[in-house]
Design a protein around this ligand. Structure first.
Ligand code: KG4
Ligand code: ZN
Length: 333
């Protein structure tokens, strides 16, 4: 079954065509980074307007690059939440009309479940059951994944998400938005041991996270250092990144061991972080665990992962009806 996936929960408008939840025929992403860059973060009102402009061209491009015709698709999957309400509504309303016009089933997908399904689009999908760390701009959670649709949350952040911490620290240091990629690159030139920032909850048995104290610690360091901080930027970001990576790596590995899973996975925008990928691979190898991480283009928001997640509902006959609405919070699992 070919499924059309649509994603518009934050600052990417995306459409993809995916066969049987695993083979990508096309995956188009229109990024709004250029629009939000100067504000240092996503401006919701601008985001929904840009989604309105991009949605039809992006869907057309997904059909054109794949060569698939409308009549060949078996269903449509769309991000229903969590995310920015105005942005979600653009994709969701588009899909309602498109599904109605083509007389196709549609299914609303949880964006976080989409990120987990990005694992099945690559060459190294994990076998069930496995433990997954989802780290993105809006969420940081650990899940026990028993099947495509049976996913239990083991812990989550109590305040900022890991990606949000990267973005806020980058903004604080005047490095621009989004901050993750910039910090990832700059940290390679810094000394991660020169400035040691706190590792919140590292010693606790919980699988929850907290990153707002770390952000405040970086802020205090910058205030204390005064103008001289600019010379220290590579060391500051390397020290900050090392603190985030330490906590994420330790917790996901402990979760896998507690659940007796030999396989663990990293998903979401922060899974693109080169230091996190390297550290988790190293730490997991020492414990005899296998690591699964999607390719860089599938870590960030995309619609192929939404099509993959939706496929498993559609083949079971689960679909959304036209009266359903988007949800900004509260994932369904
Ligand atoms: O999954 P995603 O594309 O969107 C959300 O669902 O939030 O994640 C975006 C987040 C941003 O906070 C961005 O700064 C972060 O992922 N990110 C990174 C890297 N690439 C993107 N964080 C650290 N290192 C990276 N290389
Ligand atoms: Zn995401």
């Amino acid at each position: 079954m070919i499924v059309l996936g649509i994603e518009s929960s934050c600052d990417e408008t995306a459409a993809a065509l995916v066969v049987n939840g695993s083979r990508i025929l096309s995956s188009e992403v229109a990024s709004q980074i250029a629009v939000h860059h100067r504000y240092g973060g996503v401006v919701p009102e601008l985001a929904s307007r840009k989604h309105m402009e991009a949605i039809v061209p992006v869907v057309k491009a997904a059909f054109k690059t794949s060569g698939v015709r409308y009549g060949e698709i078996g269903g449509i999957a769309v991000t229903q939440g969590p995310g920015l309400t105005g942005s979600l509504l653009v994709g969701f309303s588009f899909v309602k009309s498109f599904a109605f016009a083509l007389n196709l089933p549609m299914v609303g997908v949880n964006h976080l479940e989409g990120h987990i399904n990005s694992l099945f689009l690559g060459t190294n999908p994990p076998p069930f059951p496995f433990v997954a760390l989802l780290a993105s701009g809006g969420h940081t959670s650990i899940y026990h994944v028993r099947s495509y649709t049976e996913i239990t949350q083991m812990g989550q952040t109590r305040d900022d998400a890991a990606g949000e911490a990267f973005d806020k620290v980058a903004k604080m240091l005047g490095l621009g938005y989004p901050g993750g990629v910039v910090i990832d690159r700059l940290a390679r030139t810094g000394d991660p041991g020169r400035i040691v920032f706190p590792r919140t909850f590292l010693d606790k048995s919980t699988f929850d996270f907290s990153f707002s104290g770390l952000k405040t610690a970086v802020k205090r360091h910058v205030q204390k250092t005064g103008n001289k901080y600019e010379d220290q930027i590579p060391d500051i970001v390397a020290g900050f990144q090392e603190s985030v990576v330490d906590v994420l790596s330790y917790k996901v590995i402990r979760a896998a061991k507690e659940m007796r899973c030999d396989h663990l996975a990293l998903v979401g925008g922060v899974a693109a972080n080169s230091r996190l990928r390297e550290r988790v691979e190293q730490d997991a190898a020492l414990q005899g665990l296998q690591v699964h991480i999607p390719s860089l283009d599938l870590c960030g928001d995309n619609a192929a992962m939404i099509a993959a997640a939706g496929y498993h509902y559609l083949i079971d006959g689960n679909q959304s009806d036209m009266t359903e609405d988007v949800y900004s919070r509260l994932p369904r699992f």
